[in-house]
Every structure is written in structure tokens, then in C-alpha cells.
Design a protein around this ligand. Structure first.
Ligand SMILES: Cc1ncc(COP(=O)(O)O)c(C=O)c1O
Length: 448
């Protein structure tokens, strides 16, 4: 080889360990719920490509909106400028957001939407003359993204361990993980006692707390943990009582994922700030938003420039991403999206009921289009030894499922048919039968 020829640039894949993981599959195209590989395989994307693709891959309305936009305006900064697509998107979102949330700040992805919400909350109190209210409360098992601020509010884990020393401290309180109740209750007898810890914390420290951040009703990466609606309602009530802002991170739960447009809507709760991303563009292009109340916005409007929110990203409000988001919004208006969501939800409930007493199953839970099966395992958590076996098993069956350790979950595009969804549940049932064999300790080699 010519000594001056550079070696190929290696792509560092996210959440991947090249020493252990197989070579990434090469996807050539995608349509509806399917991904197609270069060696002719068809894989059912049962996790909507990291929870993004809500209407299915390459939905023609979104693809053509993107194409039309590319002929008109590619990108322009949003500081000192605006454009039709982002204004149109803001008016679409206005129709579905709670009336109180009348201001929107655009960014790029879920993590940046969370960073914005955290910074806005802290600066809000500073701007209104209460700078001592500058700490954040977050839940056990939380996940809010991988940037440093978002990681700080996420649960401490092997993911965040190397960065422990520079994550900012937060007040950590119980989440309503009913299967592993943090206060030893059962759902039948509990009175959302897990929230008492938050009540005590706010009573004692509300004068130094800016905000409480939650994933409303569903903690995703922490294990697809479904909370009772009463938990979110109690958190809202406590935040109001003690004058603390409530941030609802709807990055995963928004845009129909949990059965209504937003999870907060299911619980009848209006947060002070809401983080949106993933499904906002139908999942096809990066775009995010943090929406907040007029009261928060007004605290930043001043002739004193130091009150400005000095935050922005190069691609804030990108017109092509905004065109995709408007097209996704129109799909909600023009297609029976919520009927699809309801059908998915019914199939999940029916299929989970059929396996909940299986000996390999510890707990089943579902909300809207999300179904989760927590397997019994000796090694719980993301690094459970069951995880790679399950992943390979499903992939060999033509399904993309990425179990969160010992938790298998389905989070499909809404266009999945009943037959396709049953196929996924059937393969999960097959996998349950293999769990004892996968869980058994490796047998010692017989001496020959
Ligand atoms: C609830 C929640 N918040 C934030 C994020 C981070 O989003 P992103 O990966 O787009 O930065 C995620 C990602 O899965 C999420 O589930």
C-alpha cells in the first residue's frame, strides 16, 4: 500500500463496544416498519429507530415536504431572523400544547431540549431576584440525555460513572417504580407514598430549588417504567404548593407515544416547561423544542441585556427539519393516527396479559404504544447477560428489539399492522421459552 494513503476513517458507533459487539448492519433503505440490509434481509423496526420514527419510515408526505423545502430555503440562523416554516410549525404546535405553554425555544435533539429547560429554570429565578433557587430535583432511574447537564439529572449509572466528578449535584428522589416499590408498598394499598420523600424535600429546601424534572408517566431508558398518573399529579401539586418549576421531559412520551398527544395530558397535568424532540419531525430529522409559560418568558424580557437567555445552536429552527415537523403534524390531522395508537395499545394489553404469569416474567407493563416485559434475572440492569442473547435472537427472527438489560420492550411505529405486531409478540413468547437455558451458568467442559 502506498505509505501516504491514509487508513480509512473509522466510524465510532454510539453505545457500541467494538471489542464485543458484532459489525454494524448496513441498511440500504427503509419503508414503513421495515429496514432493509445490503444482504437482502428485512428487519422489522420494533423500536422505531431509537423511539423516533412515529409514522413509519419514509412516509411520502414527510419526504415530499422535505424535498419541497430543500428547493426553497436550506438553513438560516434563528437569531435576528425568522422564516415561514418555523412560524408555521409554531402555529401547528400551538393547537396541541396546553394554553399556558405559550412560548417555544427551538434546539436540536432531546439532550439540548433538556439543557435549555434546566438553564431556563435556573436563570428564571435569577432574573426575578431569587438566585438562591438554583438546584434541581430529579428522579431515580431517570434518563434525560447524554450531554453533561442532561446526564447530571439522569440516574447515576455505568454510563455516567467516568464523568462523576464533573456532573452537577442534584437532589435525587424516588420514582414510582411500582414493581420494585422504593417504599415497600403494593399498588393496591399505596397512596403514592413514594412521593412523600419529594414532599419532605420541598418543604425543607424549596427556597433553594429551581425545578423538578420528570419523564412524565414513562421512564424510558431507565427500564420502561410506567408510573401511576397519580404520581405525576402529586408532583405537580407539590411543585405548585412550594413554588418550584416542573419540567416535563416529553422527548420520548410526546406525539402520541403514550396514547394522547402528550403524557401530561393523560394525567391532566400542565408543567411549567416541556421538552420535545424525537417524534416532533415524525422522527426523520433532528429538531427539538423547549416550551414554557409566558410567566417564564416575561422574566427574560428586559432592557437589561444580562437577563437575556444566551443560548443557541447552529441549527436551531432549521427550515428543512421544520418542514418535516409540519408534515408530521398534518399526518396527525389527515390520517387515523390515534386509531392506530389505540389498536397497538389494545394488542399490547391482550398479549401482555397472556404472558404475565410466565415463570420467566417478573413484571409486564404498558402505556399507549409501549409494552415492556421485565424478565426475572440473577443479574438485573442494562448489563444483564440476557441482553445480548435476546438481541441476537430477535435479530435472527428479523426484528429489531434492543432490550434494556433484562427488560424487553416494544415501541413500534404507529403504522405497524396488527399482524406485524402479533408477529413481534409471538417471537417474544418464543424467547421466553429460551430464558432458562440462557440464564443457566455455563457448563464446565468435560475432560476428554
Ligand atoms: C426522556 C428522554 N429525554 C432526553 C433524551 C435525549 O434525547 P437525544 O438522544 O435526542 O439527545 C432521551 C433519549 O432517549 C429521552 O428518552
Amino acid at each position: 500500500m502506498n505509505p501516504t494513503t491514509p487508513t480509512p476513517l473509522r466510524i465510532w458507533h454510539p453505545f457500541s463496544q467494538p471489542a464485543l459487539d458484532p459489525t454494524p448492519l448496513r441498511i440500504t433503505h427503509a419503508q414503513g416498519v421495515y429496514l432493509y440490509t445490503d444482504d437482502g434481509r428485512r428487519i422489522l423496526d420494533a423500536i422505531s429507530s431509537w423511539w423516533t420514527i412515529i409514522h413509519g419510515h419514509c412516509h411520502p408526505a414527510i419526504m415530499s415536504a422535505i424535498a419541497a423545502q430543500t428547493a426553497q430555503l436550506d438553513h438560516v440562523l434563528l437569531a435576528g431572523f425568522t422564516h415561514d416554516r418555523i412560524e408555521e410549525l409554531a402555529s401547528c404546535l400551538r393547537k396541541i400544547l396546553p394554553r399556558e405553554l405559550d412560548t417555544i425555544f427551538f434546539s436540536d435533539d432531546g439532550s439540548t431540549a433538556v439543557e435549555v429547560a434546566l438553564k431556563m429554570s435556573v436563570q428564571y429565578w435569577q432574573n426575578i431576584g431569587r438566585p438562591q433557587k438554583n438546584s434541581i430535583v430529579a428522579l431515580e432511574h431517570a434518563y434525560h440525555g447524554d450531554t453533561v447537564g442532561a446526564m447530571s439529572v439522569g440516574a447515576r449509572s455505568a454510563f455516567s460513572d467516568p464523568f462523576r466528578s464533573f456532573l452537577f449535584p442534584v437532589h435525587r428522589v424516588h420514582s414510582a417504580y411500582c414493581y420494585r416499590c422504593p417504599v415497600g408498598k403494593t399498588r393496591a394499598t399505596c397512596n403514592i407514598d413514594c412521593a412523600d420523600q419529594l414532599a419532605r424535600l420541598l418543604e425543607e429546601k424549596h427556597s433553594e430549588i429551581a425545578a423538578v424534572i420528570v419523564e412524565p408517566l414513562l421512564q424510558g431508558a431507565g427500564g420502561m417504567i410506567v408510573h401511576p398518573q397519580e404520581f405525576l399529579q402529586r408532583v405537580r401539586q407539590l411543585c405548585s404548593e412550594y413554588g418550584v418549576l416542573l419540567i416535563a421531559d416529553e422527548v420520548l412520551t410526546g406525539f402520541g407515544r403514550c396514547g394522547k398527544m402528550f403524557a401530561c395530558e393523560l394525567a391532566g397535568v400542565v408543567p411549567d416547561l416541556m421538552c420535545l424532540s424525537k417524534g416532533i419531525t415524525g422522527g426523520v430529522l433532528p429538531l427539538a423544542a423547549t416550551v414554557c409559560t409566558g410567566e417564564i418568558r416575561r422574566a427574560f424580557v428586559s432592557e437589561d441585556r444580562s437577563r437575556t437567555f444566551y443560548h443557541g445552536h447552529s441549527y436551531t429552527g432549521n427550515p428543512i427539519a421544520a418542514a418535516a415537523a409540519v408534515a408530521s403534524f398534518r399526518i396527525f390531522e389527515n390520517e387515523p393516527v390515534f386509531e392506530r395508537i389505540t389498536r397497538i395499545s389494545q394488542i399490547h394489553q391482550q398479549r401482555l396479559a397472556a404472558i404475565e404469569n410466565h415463570p420467566a416474567v417478573g413484571n409486564v407493563r404498558s402505556i399507549g404504544t409501549v409494552a415492556a416485559i421485565e424478565l426475572r434475572a440473577d443479574d438485573l440492569g442494562y448489563f444483564s447477560s440476557l441482553r445480548p442473547k435476546l438481541y441476537d435472537f430477535f435479530l435472527n427472527a428479523g426484528i429489531l428489539l434492543r432490550p434494556l438489560g433484562n427488560v424487553i420492550y416494544i415501541l413500534p411505529p404507529y403504522c405497524i399492522t396488527a399482524e406485524e405486531l402479533h408477529f413481534v409478540h409471538d417471537r417474544i413468547a418464543d424467547a421466553l421459552a429460551r430464558v432458562p437455558e440462557w440464564s443457566a451458568p455455563p457448563r464446565a467442559h468435560a475432560a476428554s
